[in-house]
Write a protein that binds this ligand. Sequence first.
Ligand code: SF4
Length: 314
Amino acid sequence: MTNGLTAQELTTYLLCPQKYEFEHVTELTGDTRQERDRFQQLLRKTICTGYSEARSNGVDPRDGAIEALDVAWDLYADAVNLHSSEQESTEKIRAEAGVDAYFDAIGTTHLEQIEQAAAICGSPVIGPDITLTATINGNEVGTNVDYIIATDNQIVGVRLTDTLWGSRVPWENKTEIAKNHLERGDYKPEQVGTVLSARIAEEALNEYSSDGTGAELMYLSVMETTFESADGCDAEIDYRRMGGYLSDTRETIDEAIAWMNDNIADKTYSPVEVFNEQEHWDGSFRQVVENTCQNCSHAAGCEEAVSREMMFDV
Ligand code: SF4
């Protein structure tokens, strides 16, 4: 837990300050991608349990994970309202394929590196959802990782991601995304949010680094290329490390964290005011309207949404 803002909350503010007020001040339920989220939560918990069991009881981490999946499955199947036994069977095959692909590729390597991280950090290194906190420009902020690994020259927070990660986490050669969004009037709030999270994780993990040891966040996708075939289901893993990405954009991100904290402390939630009248961001409310309002679950009760129709006739 953190007393400050989380990367998720800051990302919502970047999407639309009014949306932030609805979801994090008034505490209305936000947009839902519930079934997909639950599937990813299941996999994240399963993988982390595999590691915990391996460390505590010496079991093979993959076996520990599959056992955890079996234990959690009925609860999951009830919660997501699967339509048929065939659909449930397919979903479980997908989950098992994801766990297999994950542990085949990096299970043992990361188990050893988790042990190394535990020796360095001396605090829980296996989640899911370990909250890392940092102070950036005088503001406490937090972000979640699923586990922490360490090598001789680096401490890395690992965030297991969902199917949308490919479009949300920028590629290494897209280092301009944060500057384009914040300083040049582009609108990529969710991508910038993944960079915010990486910056917070880096700063938090720096606490454990020493001379010559760096820290960074790694996004690791478990199921994103899963597909069904006549023989069953295949899965792959992929990852993106964010340390090199941050080198050109750290200052921009830190400034954004500061102005969002100031705006939220001042209860500034009007997107028109934030985007059209402040100097923090070089875009316009129109970009919120064109990209976010249409799919926003708060549109029906949102005065900004009414005014947008008068402003832009959308
Ligand atoms: S409808 Fe538009 S202006 Fe209103 S909260 Fe949602 S994104 Fe923001």
